[in-house]
Design a protein around this ligand. Structure first.
Ligand code: FE2
Length: 287
């Protein structure tokens, strides 16, 4: 089945969600909220790395020191109130009602040259669906570059697997355990990734690989059910990107979304949603 890529077209929230749940990928450029999010992320990066050129900062840093700085950036960005406010702004700017959404904190990914570091804080994600990490199938992913990005350092999506099973190790993954135990071990993982990520057990056919190169704030919106992963960075320029996930309340209530094709991860539903924030109040679901 063809995958539609929909560029800058305006739909109602309900129609857009329906299309996303059927595998369509939305690209939206020139949004004010995402431009602000990128500016803020870049400012945090420059501040923690103490440089105006963070793309090449790793060249002069021992990898342990780099990992510590990345961890500081991630903590500040994800936990700031401002980045949460900007998610609410994005929902309003794209004609969604924040009162109808929960979201997970935005995360910044910092991906330096693969041989320098590809574990822990800069883990290069193998092909996966977010459902393998405990996400529900109605989860909607957002991804954007913080600086102009080239296809060779972008994220890859393999749309031909949207409804096609991939043998994988998600049955060993529990999102509650991950949040409580594994997530904080990122900074200890330098040489190799020892945390139990869900992985594919079969070779992925990459013929349909989609890499989207964009400018700061150009946002890609797609279903958590899409198989996607990090393109290993073989360049000497670090890639900075932002991602976050939103959950529509009606989708939760009605269990909308694509079928779960192959995830056996546990801990989603109640526990997973406890981590989320209400997009209207910006308070945690559980509070
Ligand atoms: Fe993912």
């Amino acid at each position: 089945m063809a995958t539609n890529i929909i560029l800058n077209q305006v739909f109602t929230d309900a129609t857009r969600r329906k299309l996303i749940h059927s595998g369509d990928i939305f690209l939206i450029s020139a949004l004010k909220s995402t431009a602000k999010m990128c500016d803020y992320a870049f400012q945090v990066v420059c501040d923690k790395f103490k440089t105006a050129n963070p793309e090449t900062a790793f060249l002069d840093l021992p990898v342990e020191e780099f990992a510590k700085k990345v961890e500081k950036v991630k903590n500040e960005f994800s936990n700031s109130f401002y980045s949460k406010e900007l998610i609410r702004e994005l929902l309003i700017e794209t004609d969604s009602d924040p009162a109808e959404y929960y979201f997970d904190v935005p995360r910044i990914r910092i991906v330096p040259n693969y041989d320098y570091l590809h574990a822990g804080v800069s883990y290069a994600y193998s092909p996966h669906r977010d459902t393998w990490y405990g996400g529900p199938t109605y989860q909607i992913n957002h991804w954007m570059p913080v600086l102009p990005i080239k296809p060779e350092v972008s994220m890859a999506i393999w749309p031909n697997y949207f409804s096609k099973t991939v043998k994988n190790s998600s049955e060993t993954f529990d999102i509650t355990r991950w949040d409580k135990v594994e997530r904080k071990k990122a900074v200890e993982n330098i040489k190799v990734e020892t945390r139990p990520h869900p992985l594919p057990f079969e070779e992925i056919n990459r013929e349909s690989e989609l890499r989207i190169a964009g400018s700061p704030g150009d946002i890609i919106i797609f279903s958590a059910n899409h198989l996607h992963g990090t393109v290993p960075n073989q360049t000497n320029t670090t890639r900075f990107s932002i991602d976050f996930r939103v959950f529509n309340k009606l989708d939760i209530k009605e269990a909308n979304g694509p079928d779960n094709v192959d995830s056996e991860a546990t801990g989603m539903d109640g526990d997973y949603l406890q981590q989320m924030f209400d997009a209207n109040t910006l308070l945690k679901y559980a509070s």
